[in-house]
Ligand binder design. Structure first.
Ligand code: ATP
Ligand code: MG
Length: 396
């Protein structure tokens, strides 16, 4: 059924705006994804009502970008972005319009959008509004700029990277003129903040077709102007697809022979991502020489072990490949996962030795951990006590 587009609350928002005498339609990624049969991540509504007018119509709203025309409407607990039809003024910095101007025509609003497949709108009754040939391009699986591609990329250079990101996510090809315009203007990607590039890279890595995007990045010359990019994309292409964006970043690091801090700094990764990359780098250096050892299984977290083995096999394809399930089984069957799992604690060591606390406790707990991990003694208080007192007295 056509009318199933959007959620009930979002259709209700449109109905309310219409009843108040305004136009309102679904726009952007949600319409595109619906036509592709995909779940949309966020639903955007465009309207002829200005932000102040939207706020009068709905009892609960949140200001999230009134200057740009966006008001968040909370309808039955669902947050829905409602943005006033707008055009963008001149762009002097290649990344942001100098001003946005509210307009009354949907056509003008759709014209400022980046690609034809993103310039589709839909009424609440499921009727498609296709003023720039987006539906045909979708059928042909093509990403085409709305209007003159070079002009559009000159306005906002991020659009070049968005085009490439959509090749990874949708598996589409970039239309010839649009592709040529990226090649001719690649240098302008330097105007774009690292944060925006990182967000696009995350989506690219999480797509079904990252190799397609890597090839386009190289063929357009964008790689030369990005903060960091592997010279050997063949190596990188061997590691696709990725389980997650962070796995993509790890493959990017190994394929480029970068250090984890190089990548983290260049793209402002989060601390969690940085730690993951540093673990993979370390685990990978070991894996290059041998299979994982008991200590590796103990020291590295599961996700890092799985990613490391995957990269190693993708790039080298030698020896027996370990599946994620096997790695998980081995890791889970270790006698302890961390020192917190030991059946004794520092207090026990003090009791057994009649000694005061100090650094020695941490050091000995570490030794006990190793002994338990390697099966020298069982993770049982009596076994540990025997082993510990023997070793402790021997060292004195
Ligand atoms: P995603 O599935 O990642 O959300 P999206 O196309 O919905 O993809 P958004 O950033 O949510 O991307 O943007 C919503 C819509 O706004 C786009 O579909 C497009 O119409 C428009 N848009 C977003 N960024 C730009 C841009 N840089 N230039 C022109 N139009 C843009
Ligand atoms: Mg979106």
């Amino acid at each position: 059924m056509k009318t199933s587009f959007g959620t009930a609350p979002s259709r209700e928002v449109i109905r309310t705006l219409e009843n108040a005498g305004y136009e309102a339609v679904f726009v952007g990624g949600a319409v595109r994804d619906y036509l592709l049969g995909k779940m949309a991540t966020d639903i955007d509504i465009a309207t002829s009502a200005e932000p102040e007018e939207v706020k009068v119509v709905f009892p609960i709203t949140v200001d999230i970008g009134t200057a740009h025309g966006t008001v968040l409407v909370l309808k039955d607990g669902e947050p829905i972005e409602v943005t006033t039809y707008r055009t963008e003024g001149t762009y002097t910095d290649h990344r942001r319009p100098d001003e946005v101007r509210f307009v009354k025509s949907l056509e003008e609003d759709l014209r400022r959008r980046d690609f034809t497949i993103n310039a589709l709108a839909m009424t609440k009754d499921g009727e498609l509004i296709d003023l720039f040939g987006g539906k045909a391009d979708m059928a042909d699986r093509i990403i085409r700029a709305v209007g003159n591609a070079a002009d559009r990329f000159n306005e906002d250079a991020l659009r070049m990277f968005r085009a490439i990101r959509f090749t990874a996510v949708l598996g589409f090809d970039i239309e010839e003129q649009t592709f040529k315009a990226i090649r001719d203007n690649a240098e302008q990607i330097r105007y774009i903040s690292v944060e925006r590039l990182k967000a696009e890279m995350d989506k690219l890595f999480a797509g079904d077709n990252p190799a397609k995007a890597f090839c386009s990045i190289q063929n357009t010359g964008l790689n030369l102007h990005l903060p960091l990019f592997p010279t050997d994309i063949e190596k990188l292409n061997r590691t696709v697809p990725f389980e997650s964006a962070v796995e993509g970043w790890a493959c990017f690091m190994i394929a480029g022979n970068f250090s984890s801090s190089d990548v983290a700094r260049a793209y402002k990764l989060s601390n969690v991502e940085r730690t993951f990359l540093s673990t993979v780098k370390d685990a990978y250096a070991n894996r290059m020489n041998r299979q994982f050892t008991l200590d590796d299984y103990y020291n590295y977290d599961l996700a890092a072990l799985i990613t490391t083995e995957k990269i190693f096999q993708s790039i080298h394809n030698i020896g027996e490949a370990m599946s994620s399930t096997e790695i998980k089984q081995i890791k889970q069957s270790l006698p302890i996962q961390s020192l917190a799992d030991l059946s004794v604690d520092g207090k026990k060591l003090m009791e057994w030795t009649s000694q005061k606390g100090g650094r020695w406790i941490g050091e000995w707990l570490g030794e006990i951990g190793k002994a338990v991990l390697h099966g020298t003694c069982k993770n049982d208080p009596n076994d540990i006590k025997d082993w510990f007192l023997y070793e402790f007295n021997r060292e004195k």
